[in-house]
Design a protein around this ligand. Structure first.
Ligand code: FAD
Length: 474
């Protein structure tokens, strides 16, 4: 009897743990992807990420065809659709990789219950992380609340090697097992994607990984990763979001990159860069662990002190932020990169998120939702973690009064204004030095470019007062 592999955030064939085990267990694996219908009405869904998903599914379907298999696409609630498929195919087991966010977890529980009810096997596997949330705990068995001790523990644990790629999944499902066509944006009633998003699919993702390592960006990562002009980071977050690459493969490639082609160790700075990069991968798993252990963060502040904090920012302030017309060149450049590409450099995510929450006093949940609508790599745990960190309400050792000054951030990380000029073309002829300080009152930096919408120092004081008052009144 066949087994089902339920594809979720693991849209690849290479080093896919559950798929690997499914292929070993049975002569016929029927691959299935279930489109969720609730997304049609969900405010966090936007064309950029869904277009990337469509491309990834198309590529996955082709790769499966090349193996002689066929991707079955269904739509609905996963447990109900799997039940239908189990009955149609007489499958004797369901395989899938675990997802750690609350929705994913809840659905896994239903699927487990379904399999018990139908008396078939249910195999769930660790795949998208190097270490699961319950595997990285304090000495007393509690979850970490801050990153640094978490990352030390995470780094010290042994890592699993990749599994390779199945050579066959057996024959395709018979024609009686129907599949919906590959989805388009119409499925979610979304407008066309106009952003320049990355190329989808496993092969394109592997090319990105190869480029990141062979071009030396990885080896300079420690020194350059905070500079947003040009490519200074891996750009692999969309690939990790959809599992186009396995985290074990990325980790292994990093280990191999510690020596050069002749086996000679890389210079110390390059080795340190690789370690810095690996520590960033731990951030991703840290936020997954936070969401796993503290699912309330989805609606509420992580830190109890800040629950109910007022956010007096206005809708029109939010709109100026969202359209990249704040008059702060660095903030506008970040927002416009997001609007044009569905991605934003990490330093800019921090600057723009802090600007929205601490200069404009808008609720971090508004920014969180806006990013989720736009980001190709939009991922619940990292996005929520990043927003709460920036708002000062999150899992962080630093207190709320760490407020970055966007002008200083701009001077420090984009000194020549290259990033700003790339994304805010109105400013292309403005001397770089002028981009990092408020212009003289009433004198815009360039024709058609707005004056700064607020005074950073005044808003910083206002923000501190809001936080202090809330703390006092609790
Ligand atoms: P690299 O610098 O090459 O890092 C490698 C990988 O490490 C990334 O691909 C990512 O998986 C992980 N990583 C790096 N930094 C972080 C971090 N701070 N938190 C979690 N993981 C990290 N990342 C997302 O993947 N999805 C999101 O929705 C998301 N939203 C964010 C929102 C805010 C407000 C902030 C401040 C950060 C957010 N991040 C998010 C984290 C980070 O900005 C992106 O992972 C990073 O910019 C992706 O670019 P890269 O792949 O080139 O990163």
């Amino acid at each position: 009897r066949p087994v089902l592999h339920w594809f979720r955030r693991d849209l690849r064939l290479t080093d896919n743990t559950a798929l690997h085990h499914a292929a070993k267990s049975s002569a016929q694996v029927i691959p299935v992807y279930i489109l969720s219908d609730w997304k049609q009405h969900h405010g966090w869904t936007g064309p950029n990420r869904q277009q990337f998903l469509c491309g990834n599914l198309e590529s996955l379907a082709k790769n499966l065809e090349a193996l002689g298999s066929r991707l079955i696409i269904r739509c609905g609630r996963a447990d109900a659709e799997l039940e239908r498929l189990i009955r149609e195919t007489q499958a004797e087991a369901v395989y899938f990789n675990r997802d750690y966010d609350p929705y994913g977890r809840a659905m896994e529980k239903r699927v487990q219950e379904l399999c018990t009810r139908l008396d078939i096997e249910c195999h769930s596997h660790q795949d998208s992380v190097l270490h699961e949330p319950d595997a990285v705990l304090t000495g007393s068995g509690l979850p970490y609340r801050v990153y640094t001790p978490y990352s030390k523990n995470w780094l010290n644990q042994p890592k699993t090697a990749p599994h390779g790629r199945p050579r066959t999944l057996g024959p395709a499902a018979p024609a009686t097992v129907t599949s919906l066509p590959l989805p388009t944006l119409e499925h979610w009633q979304l407008p066309p994607c106009t952003a320049q998003i990355p190329a989808p699919g496993e092969r394109a993702a592997r090319e990105r990984l190869k480029h990141f390592i062979s071009s030396g960006i990885l080896h300079r990562y420690g020194q350059e990763r905070n500079l947003p002009a040009g490519q200074t980071t891996s750009m692999l977050s969309p690939d990790l979001r959809y599992g186009l690459l396995s985290i074990r493969e990325i980790y292994q490639r990093c280990q191999e990159a510690l020596v050069d082609e002749s086996g000679k160790p890389q210079p110390a700075a390059a080795q340190a860069s690789i370690q810095t990069y690996i520590k960033e991968l731990a951030w991703r798993e840290f936020y997954m662990a936070i969401l796993w252990h503290y699912p309330h963060v989805f609606e509420q502040e992580f830190a109890p002190d800040w629950v109910g904090l007022p956010w007096p920012g206005t809708d029109s302030d939010f709109q100026r932020w969202a359209t990249g017309t704040t008059g702060f060149p660095i903030v506008d450049a970040g927002m416009r990169q997001l609007l044009k590409t569905g991605l934003m450099h990490n330093r800019l995510r921090m600057i723009t998120a802090m600007f929205l929450t601490k200069d404009l006093h808008c609720d971090w949940r508004l920014g969180e939702a806006f990013f989720m609508q736009q980001l190709v790599d939009g991922e619940n745990a990292s996005n929520n973690g990043g927003w709460q960190w920036s708002a000062g309400t999150g899992a962080d050792a630093a207190p709320y009064f760490r407020i970055q000054n966007p002008w200083l951030q701009s001077a420090r990380f984009d000194p020549d204004g290259l990033y700003i000029k790339q994304w805010v073309p109105e400013l292309k002829d403005v001397p770089a030095a002028l981009l990092h300080e408020p212009p003289k009152p009433g004198l815009p930096l360039a024709k058609g470019y707005p004056l700064p919408m607020v005074d950073h120092h005044a808003e910083r004081d206002r923000c501190l007062a809001i936080f202090a008052k809330h703390k006092e009144e609790r």
